[in-house]
Design a protein. Structure first.
Length: 412
């Protein structure tokens, strides 16, 4: 199997700053070209929240100043954002302005002036808390929602789903996707398969699981995505019809970093790719797939101690295209064998023209891991063995004589 990386990782862009606890972003690329984000600004003392927005007019390179969406004595958190065919933004979020946490709705035609509609009826009448919505726009312009249900005493009752033809009135079927799910997040792939990812566990010991359905009622058996005993905050992202990516936060040590995995069949998954590695708390990733690129925004702590001051960061990642072959692209300059490998591989260059070349290995964050070769090469075939590499996905880049080729190396 060969994975060709179509674009190199960009550098992470800081989206927000200041001393606020910026958290839980929801991101959409709007029809008029802006990248629009609604996110929480939390009180570090009690983690109550208000909702703010930012946007980018240059596809994430620079960002606007924050603007309030809703600030009130109540706690408003966990935004979910969709855009309807007429350009109207629908925003769903949880609020405790009533006796229980309920999922509320607002709309806006410009992202500046919002109309608020209050709590959404989902069929529950026993004092249950309905929290943590995620909403997906479907091909027929209807909407599907996942959310978490809790008892009046805040015991978890699992993940549920609902459907709406217009975004205002939702079905009252109270369909359960998983009895133990926390932070369920829904998406739809190939216009036929619903996917709900979620975390399960207790205390701070969680892993990411998922189920699929074709009708929101009958769900497959639970499948496990991570086995770290410390993974949270999953977010599934369709990559066209070819694949699905799932972003999540994992703590390999004392702090959390952002990772993702990709599947082409919802059964087997490529090796996870680590996006951040900074000894800070990176969590709550939210992703999009735009053209051939995965975009992700997340919350990152300013200090090693979390939940004091967090800012939002944005990054573009390469989309991986998997071919059923071993080595490099057919007829390409660069060839990797074996790939996948267990410790290292052999990098080969078939050069039609001699000149100055450089061959290097980078980690998924764009950091140099090994410079394999730099210097002059003649026409013909040249090969080098990489040094030992830890398990993961690496970018192998060859540059020279007006050419540049990039492939991925998978180390198991």
């Amino acid at each position: 199997m060969n994975i060709s990386i179509l674009a190199l990782l960009s550098q992470a862009v800081q989206v927000t700053s200041g001393t606020a606890l910026d958290y839980q972003p929801a991101m959409r690329l709007l029809s008029e070209g802006r990248v629009f984000v609604v996110y929480e600004v939390l009180d570090p003392g009690d983690l109550s929240g208000d909702l703010y927005s930012v946007y980018s007019t240059d596809r994430g390179a620079t960002w606007s100043s924050p603007a309030p969406v809703i600030t009130s004595p109540a706690s408003e958190r966990h935004p979910a954002l969709v855009q309807m065919p007429d350009g109207t933004l629908y925003l769903y979020y949880l609020s405790d302005s009533t006796a229980q946490y309920r999922i509320h709705m607002a709309s806006s035609t410009d992202g500046v002036i919002w109309t608020f509609y209050g709590p959404t009826a989902l069929g529950w009448t026993g004092g249950e808390h309905q929290i943590n919505p995620e909403v997906v726009f479907e091909a027929d312009s209807s909407l599907s929602m996942s959310y978490q249900l809790m008892t009046a005493g805040y015991s978890n009752l699992g993940g549920y789903v609902s459907h709406s033809d217009d975004g205002f009135s939702w079905d009252l079927l109270m369909r359960q996707a998983d009895a133990g799910a926390r932070l369920p997040r829904i998406t739809k792939w190939r216009d036929s398969v619903y996917i709900v990812t979620y975390q399960q566990g207790s205390g701070s010991v969680y892993d990411i699981f998922y189920r699929t359905s074709q009708d929101l009622t009958n769900w497959t058996a639970e499948m496990q995505l991570t086995a770290t005993s410390n993974s949270h905050d999953s977010h599934p992202v369709p990559m066209g019809d070819s694949a699905v990516a799932v972003f999540y936060a994992t703590a390999p040590g004392s702090s959390y970093d952002i990772y993702y995995q990709v599947s082409h069949d919802l059964a087997s998954w490529d090796p996870e790719v680590r996006i951040t590695n900074n000894n800070l708390y990176d969590n709550q990733p939210h992703g999009l797939c735009v053209d051939d690129t995965l975009w992700v925004i997340w919350s990152q702590s300013v200090y090693p101690t979390p939940y004091q001051d967090h800012d939002l960061y944005f990054q573009k990642l390469p989309k991986a295209v998997v071919n059923q072959e071993t080595g490099g692209e057919p007829g390409g300059l660069l060839d990797l064998r074996p790939n996948p490998c267990t410790r290292g591989s052999v990098i080969s260059l078939a050069l039609a023209e001699g000149g100055i070349y450089r061959v290097a290995v980078y980690d998924p964050c764009g950091r140099l891991v090994q410079e394999v070769f730099r210097g002059e090469l003649g026409q013909g075939l040249h090969s080098w063995a990489t040094g030992d590499l830890r398990p993961g996905v690496y970018l192998v880049i060859c540059e020279g004589v007006g050419s540049r080729e990039t492939s991925a190396l998978v180390v198991k």
